[in-house]
Design a protein. Structure first.
Length: 255
């Protein structure tokens, strides 16, 4: 059984004391593929080091996270473009719009989102979308950019049934993680209305640990709890869900 974590920040400072052990524990649990989203240029070196340590398991993205779109965002976007011109990446992410923490840079976030979508189209790569308190704003950009050359993952999907249908209509898989195990997560009430071909698994570690680890540091190995929950929701063996969602990740990332 091969399990794919399509979104994990293994380079995070939260893993500085035991990073290799955390990755190896996940591998031992069957998680063999880790897709690593970018935040900004300050993390590039640690992401490359992670790839060096686990070259058969780590697949890197590049991009500028919306909460890191500040006054210097154009320099950060130039860094993303430079990285794309120098080496292989598997997606542009995580990108999008976040209005939870700060609305000051909404216009700049929208521009950065559009610029990076067009970079993804140029390099024929998927996008991985971060959306928090900004579904309308994200959908507005996707509506303008939609087409066969726009595809990817709606990371950490926590929207409504209607929003899920809309996300899928833009060629996006729904990234399902620990939130599906939460009592107030809500997506567990409707996610089985979607064929599993629209679903990929993720942890977003070190964030959003699933029950029974909620409130603690999340790890890629905990994705097993997400699998177990989806097994109950869909009434299918975890092995089948792991196989289908891993194939979905291969369809998105091309590897």
């Amino acid at each position: 059984m091969i399990i794919t974590d399509t979104h994990t920040h293994l380079y995070s400072e939260a893993f500085d004391e035991d990073r290799k052990e955390v990755v190896q524990n996940a591998i031992d649990a069957g998680v063999e593929r880790f897709f690593i989203p970018a935040i900004d240029s300050t993390y590039t070196a640690s992401m490359l080091e992670l790839e060096k340590d686990f070259p058969d398991n780590i697949f890197l993205m590049t991009g500028l996270h919306p909460t890191h779109v500040k006054e210097s965002y154009k320099e950060e976007l130039a860094h993303v473009e430079e990285m794309l011109s120098n080496r292989k990446f598997y997606a542009i992410g995580e990108i999008g719009i976040d209005l939870y923490w700060d609305k000051t840079f909404l216009e700049q976030q929208q521009e950065a989102f559009r610029v990076q979508i067009n970079l993804a189209k140029k390099y024929k790569l998927p996008i991985v979308i971060h959306c928090r308190d900004a579904f309308d704003e994200v959908f507005e950009v996707l509506e303008a950019e939609k087409g066969n050359d726009l595809f990817g993952i709606f990371h950490c999907f926590t929207g409504t049934l209607e929003q899920a249908h809309k996300a899928v209509s833009y060629n996006m898989k729904l990234g399902i993680g620990g939130v599906v195990t939460f009592k107030n997560g809500k997506i567990d009430t409707f996610i089985n209305q979607f064929n599993l071909k629209h679903i990929v698994l993720e942890t977003d570690s070190p964030y959003l640990a699933p029950v029974p680890y909620r409130g603690k540091r999340n790890e890629s190995g905990y994705i097993i709890k997400v699998l177990e929950k989806l097994s109950v929701i869909y009434g299918m063996p975890i092995e089948d869900i792991a196989a289908i969602t891993t194939q979905n990740s291969k369809d998105v990332f091309g590897v």
